[in-house]
Design a protein around this ligand. Structure first.
Ligand SMILES: *Cc1c(COP(=O)(O)O)cnc(C)c1O
Length: 431
């Protein structure tokens, strides 16, 4: 089958429905990550043939303005030339060695230079690995077992962190996960977001998304992150910011810079891989000194610090100077205002929360502050018809109500205008 281009639609025998049928025969649910199966919005997923900038084209040649952007990595849009060039050059020199490379050092240097307090880090291959390893490190460093997480925050799919996980877990309507033993979650305490929990001296770590972006978008209320910092300081628990989404997106220095609060450990992913599989966790020299080979907390990875992934990550960070954050914010402000206008013109109660370039969408009059409130909005059932009405008009939102809306530097003013036009019609359809 020829690669579809803008002018030549793809082979319809390999159209979305046919591909989904073939996929369902060999991949559970037809996908490799549950939310992609369209379970909570209904219908057949579009299969992406290619992406360029703000757009993706499906297997039938339909173009969508893409606000999924791989759930965060696509901060520059799809196939940005400097990233593609860096990956191609790296690939020509070999794709994995099992020995250290200069590029790993450069990526770590660049990340540490941007984030105050981040002195050392370890590269891994996913955000899941980053959060899982940060928890092990926190336990090893403190000699304590208990961890506290917040309902609706997602920290990847490791056993002890799946409890009340938001994102795809919530989309599936699962309260927990089969196959996770009671023992695996026995030391995990789940607290409501935006309330500082009681933290005792058995607590190794408090994990938080500094802006919750896996239950739609829920901002931290003033004092929440400060309160967590103080409460952790009071008991010696380590504060872990899961910046897998916020890192290098909210600001040059992520949520740490944006809110001016330093955690003890950070988790990263998404943006730092520029679309290739990467994660990282890091902290002070002292805390990271507990990690093997310096200390007794073991962690390893065949593909960790991968040459292609570090090339993509470095090229992505290089494109993210201060101007980039101004532009991202401008795009997000414009989109949020346009969406709000579209809903109010149609008389549909909806809110579009925004933090920096991160956007959410909740039906209802109130802005949710935690997972229960986010779930109450989702129960309106309006996300699925809105999603479908937008998709029919060539705008791809995430196929689940608990995901954020991701803008990129490739989204032009014309893309935003077209999106708002589509939203105006889609909102009228809902009303
Ligand atoms: C996506 C995400 C993860 C997991 O990252 P993967 O690369 O999907 O394993 C962890 N934490 C947060 C906040 C995320 O958004």
């Amino acid at each position: 089958m020829a690669e579809p281009t803008e002018d030549t639609p793809g082979d319809t025998l390999a159209g979305n429905a046919a591909l989904f049928e073939r996929a369902c025969a060999v991949l559970p649910g037809g996908v490799n990550s549950p939310v992609r199966a369209f379970g909570s919005v209904g219908g057949t997923p579009y299969f992406v043939a290619r992406g360029h900038g703000a757009h993706v084209w499906d297997a039938e040649g339909n173009r969508y303005i893409d606000y999924v952007q791989s759930y965060g990595p696509g901060i520059l849009g799809h196939a940005p030339p400097p990233v593609i060039a860096a990956v191609a050059a790296a690939a020509a020199a070999g794709t994995s060695y099992g020995a250290p490379t200069e590029r790993e050092v450069r990526l770590a240097e660049e990340m540490c230079a941007r984030i105050p307090g981040l002195e050392m880090l370890r590269l891994v291959s996913s955000g899941t690995e980053a959060a899982m390893s940060a928890v092990r490190l926190a336990r090893g460093a403190t000699g304590r077992n208990k961890i506290i997480k917040f309902a609706g925050c997602y920290h990847g799919h490791s056993d002890s962190l799946l409890a009340a996980g938001g994102s795809g877990v919530a989309n599936q309507g699962l309260s927990g996960c089969d196959g996770v033993t009671p023992g695996a979650v026995a030391d995990t305490v789940v607290a409501p977001y935006n309330v500082v929990p009681d933290i005792d001296d058995a607590t190794a770590a408090v994990l938080v998304e500094p802006v919750a972006a896996n239950m739609g978008l829920v901002a931290p209320t003033p004092g929440f992150l400060e309160g967590l910092r103080a409460a952790c300081d009071g008991t010696g628990a380590l504060l872990v910011f899961d910046e897998v989404i916020t890192g290098f997106r909210l600001a040059r220095g992520g949520a740490t810079e944006f809110y001016g609060i330093r955690p003890d450990l950070w988790c990263f992913g998404k943006v730092i891989g520029g679309g290739l599989p990467v994660g990282a966790f890091g902290g002070s020299r002292e805390t990271m000194g507990h990690l093997a080979p310096l200390g007794g907390v073991y962690q390893a990875g065949t593909l960790s610090g991968n040459p292609l992934a570090t090339a993509a990550g470095l090229a992505t960070l290089e494109a993210l100077g201060p101007d980039a954050y101004d532009r991202l914010e401008t795009v997000a402000v414009r989109l949020a205002a346009g969406l709000e206008d579209a809903f109010s013109a149609a008389g549909v109660a909806a809110v579009v929360p925004r933090v920096g370039s991160l956007l959410g969408l909740f039906f209802g009059a109130e802005t949710p502050r935690n997972f229960d409130e986010a779930s109450a909005s989702v129960a309106s059932g309006l996300y699925a018809p809105f999603f479908q009405a937008m998709l029919r008009r060539g705008v791809a939102l995430a196929p689940g109500p608990y995901e954020a809306i991701f803008v990129s530097l490739a989204h032009s003013d014309a893309d935003i205008d077209e999106t708002i036009e589509a939203a105006t019609e889609a909102a009228a359809e809902l009303a």
